[in-house]
Design a protein around this ligand. Structure first.
Ligand code: HEM
Length: 440
């Protein structure tokens, strides 16, 4: 089971290439293929943003030496994400890179175009309404406090293993109704299965592939028994809502239900770890902004939006053109892959004032800042956005309210093995406040 959120790991900028296009006999122009300082590399780099800036300024409609197109301007990316002339599948209905339909494969909504996508999304969104997610706020707060209680006496913690990972992992288990005694195994299978995303770009080795397969099988087996027992005893958990979701007499069939359940789990796991981990790292690196948040905890909402814009975990999304699409003078033919570099759109100076500045008040009311594209846009806009925001707002706010003197132990980030921009470990030290909010 895979989700098709591709990411680009980019190298430091190289020297600028001066000539960017040549004319074709038909009168249109074709860009001269090149990486323009932004080559995909394995593993994450500390600052991919200056390479994106260079690409955006030199060849914003980029043809790579591999024959893919990359877009880096906000307006172009917003357009392609919202266009019905681009989607997830080729015109022959197959996913790019597949020669034939894999039986039962690719059923997750993110791999679908309308009408299948519309139908699956309608059914699954019943479990993800803002109201349904908001009801989990007290649990998210209690989980966060409990995690911080554990590390408070020691004065040090790893932001990833002590907070960014267990918050979404525990909450998703509770949302799905996974009993406490199974949560550790369930989370390990999720982590291992998520490494399947690495294989999209051919990064994973044989050992990873074997682990992914075993973890996928364990998750599927576990979900099957969970679904079976839940069918007999429906509750108000997410899985029960998915089982009973009905729209005009339509329901998810068993394989669709399984695919959406596993897909959701994978879509929400590393991404949320990345947002909490990168967000807190960025805040600690900007002491003035951290001080603002301490003084005004109600800024947590705006701060999380700024963390998404400034250091979001998903660098790029991929689309396939259904028809020829024109950007500037360049025509991207039908059935071509387009990589929408979300992280570049989020720092486009045409849209964001002083885009390289991390400013946690940017998204406060009345400022009329453009939406960032870290949750995508259009038909596939992240269905878990409410949940990810809730978890991250609580994690960041609670940590800042409870602990003073946050200090990173390492200057550079130790990146995790992920298709996304997700830290593997962020050790910090802190001073526990003498008076602090009581643990729930
Ligand atoms: C910070 C955390 C997250 C980020 C940055 C994020 C980002 C994204 C992005 C960019 C997309 C669109 C991909 C594309 O258009 O190609 C997406 C789709 C999706 N995400 Fe998230 N996501 C996050 C957390 C979650 C969570 C917690 C869940 C659920 C538990 C989730 C479920 C989904 C689903 C189901 C889709 C597919 C929607 C569709 O195809 O209609 N995500 N996410």
């Amino acid at each position: 089971m895979e989700i098709n959120c591709a990411n680009l790991r980019l190298d430091a900028p190289r020297r600028s290439v001066i000539s960017h296009s040549h004319s074709t006999p038909s009168g249109g122009t074709t860009p001269i293929p090149g990486w323009y300082g932004s080559e995909p590399i394995e593993g994450q780099v500390e600052d991919p943003y200056s390479a994106f800036k260079h690409l955006r300024e030199t060849q914003p409609v980029n043809l790579t030496p591999e024959g893919n197109w990359r877009l880096t301007r906000y307006a172009d990316i917003n357009r392609v994400l919202r266009s019905s002339d681009a989607g997830m599948r080729l015109n022959n209905g197959l996913l790019p890179g597949q020669d034939e339909q894999v039986p039962g494969g690719g059923l997750f909504m993110l791999l679908q175009d309308p009408p299948t996508h519309t139908r699956l999304r309608k059914l699954v969104s019943k479990a993800f309404t803002p109201r349904a997610i908001e009801a989990w706020r007290p649990r998210a707060e209690a989980i966060t406090h409990k995690l911080l209680d554990r590390v408070a006496p020691t004065g040090k913690m790893d932001l990833v293993s002590d907070l960014a990972r267990p918050v979404p992992a525990t909450l998703i288990c509770e949302l799905l109704g996974v009993p406490p005694e199974d949560q550790e195994d369930f989370t390990q299978w999720t982590a291992d299965a998520t490494h399947g995303l690495l294989t999209i770009r051919g990064i994973g080795d044989d050992e990873t592939a074997a682990k992914v397969e075993a973890a996928g099988a364990s998750l599927i087996g576990y979900f099957n028994s969970l679904i079976e027992s839940r069918r007999k005893n429906l509750g108000d958990d997410l899985l029960s809502v998915l089982i009973s979701a009905e729209e005009e007499g339509d329901k998810l069939d068993p394989l669709e239900l399984l695919s959406q359940s596993v897909g959701l789990l994978i879509a929400g796991f590393e991404t949320t770890i990345g947002l909490i981990g990168n967000g807190l790292t960025t805040l600690i690196r900007h002491p003035d902004e951290l001080a603002k948040l301490r003084a005004h905890p109600e800024l947590a909402e705006s701060a999380v939006e700024e963390c998404l814009r400034y250091s979001g975990p998903i660098v790029a999304s991929v689309r396939v053109t259904h028809k020829a699409l024109t950007f500037d003078d360049y025509v991207i033919p039908a059935d071509n892959e387009v990589i929408a570099v979300l992280a570049s759109a989020n720092r486009d100076p045409e849209v964001f004032e002083d885009p390289e500045r991390f400013d946690i008040t940017r998204y406060t009311k009345g400022k009329d800042t453009a939406a960032h594209l870290s949750f995508g846009g259009g038909a596939h806009f992240c269905l878990g956005a409410h949940l990810a925001r809730l978890e991250t707002q609580i994690a960041i706010r609670t940590l800042v309210e409870r602990f003073d003197d946050l200090k990173l132990e390492n200057e550079t980030t130790e990146w995790g093995r992920s298709l996304f921009r997700v830290p593997g470990s962020v050790p910090i030290t802190f001073a526990d406040k003498p008076t602090r909010p009581k643990s729930a």
